[in-house]
Design a protein around this ligand. Structure first.
Ligand code: UT7
Length: 323
């Protein structure tokens, strides 16, 4: 008997405030045209004053639970991938746990920046396969608008706020790649690239800090490493790009998404793209795209899905799952 971590439900939440590219033209030497052509981004959502990451995460979690026809008490564990938690502690995940009325499970945050959701999926899978949990709520939620330098046009036009969530459940599989659920993963990090993408503050420096990025260098690593990690994950279970129904990539830049699909020899018709509407929502971008992909009727039960992401660390990885 093979146990698989199978998706039972997916959902997302985006804050009400939509900010089009043109809004930056008043305060920065930038243009809608530059942002669109260099990144593919057209608009993004920003959280309202006082709205926190755990608020966004709770809304997305409720939507995923509703899709799974479950409630908070049915969940054994909650993993929240975020780099923008409400407070230094406790974890934003425990705030979500409380809001969902779950007191019998356990909850914690994971921090791998834009790759956070891939790391969280992999952790949830390990907990399910080891029998530590049967039902795991995996959330990606961010309020990156809180760590922008609004005078730095090379970063502040790229990011947005949002949240997405999945409910995973242990189910019996046959042990083949026809099984629904998580089939393979590939994770990496290399701390020697710290200076390419970081926040220049944090608790132990007694500041909050702002996001700093060497965009061109991160771009170069992304194009090289994302296809590599996706191929490595597929390879572990004897699959190739030809078997993939949907690539659901981290949504940072349309040019990175396109280049990765090309390297994987997967046509763009089989890639879920939401970057134009959400911008880069870091750890929230993959679950947001999964949820929107289902809503649009793109991703259907039985489809082979590959997710891949890279971000600060650098940390990167991919997960292969059958929806
Ligand atoms: O989620 C984590 C992973 N992050 C990423 O994957 C992001 C990776 N990087 C990127 O997506 C791209 O590198 C960017 C979108 C950030 C930048 O695109 P680029 O084609 O690499 O542009 P660049 O940084 O080489 O800048 C080109 C020019 C520069 O001017 P000069 O030096 O050529 O005169 C920039 O100063 O564009 C200028 N520029 C802008 N111009 C108008 C930079 N930002 C802006 C802006 N508006 N907002």
């Amino acid at each position: 008997m093979t146990i698989r971590a199978v998706v039972r439900g997916v959902g997302h939440y985006l804050p009400d405030r939509v900010v089009p590219n043109s809004e930056f033209e008043a305060s920065l030497d930038t243009s809608d045209e530059w942002i669109r052509t260099r990144s593919g981004i057209e608009r993004r959502h920003f959280a309202a004053d006082g709205q926190t990451t755990s608020d966004l995460a709770t809304r997305a979690a409720r939507a995923a639970l509703a899709a799974a026809e479950m409630d908070g008490a049915d969940i054994d564990a909650i993993i929240l991938a975020t780099s923008t938690a409400d407070l230094t502690f406790p974890s934003a995940a425990t705030m979500v746990q409380n809001a969902l009325g779950n007191s019998n499970g356990y909850a914690f945050d994971i921090q791998a920046v834009c790759a956070g959701f891939v790391f969280a999926l992999s952790t949830a899978n390990a907990m399910i396969l080891s029998g530590q949990a049967r039902r795991v709520l995996v959330i990606g939620a961010e309020t990156f608008s809180r760590i922008m330098d609004w005078e730095d046009r090379s970063t502040c036009v790229l990011f947005g706020d949002g949240a997405g969530a999945l409910v995973l459940e242990a189910q019996e599989g046959s042990g083949t790649t026809d099984d629904r659920g998580i089939l393979a993963m590939d994770l990496h990090s290399d701390g020697s690239y710290r200076d390419l993408l970081y926040v220049d503050g944090g608790v132990s420096t007694q500041t909050t800090g702002r996001l700093r990025m060497e965009g061109k260098e991160v771009f170069r690593h992304a194009v090289e490493k994302l296809a590599q990690t996706a191929h490595a994950a597929l390879d572990k279970v004897g699959l190739t790009g030809a078997d993939v129904d949907w690539i659901v990539p981290h949504q940072a830049n349309l040019r990175i998404i396109t280049a990765t699909a090309q390297r994987m020899q997967v046509p763009m018709e089989r890639v879920v793209v939401t970057v134009q509407d959400h911008g880069n929502t870091s750890a929230a971008s993959i679950p947001l795209a999964l949820s929107v992909g289902v809503q649009r009727g793109q991703i259907k039960p039985g489809d082979l899905v590959v997710t891949e992401a890279i971000g600060g660390g650098l940390a990167w990885g991919a997960v292969v799952l059958r929806w």
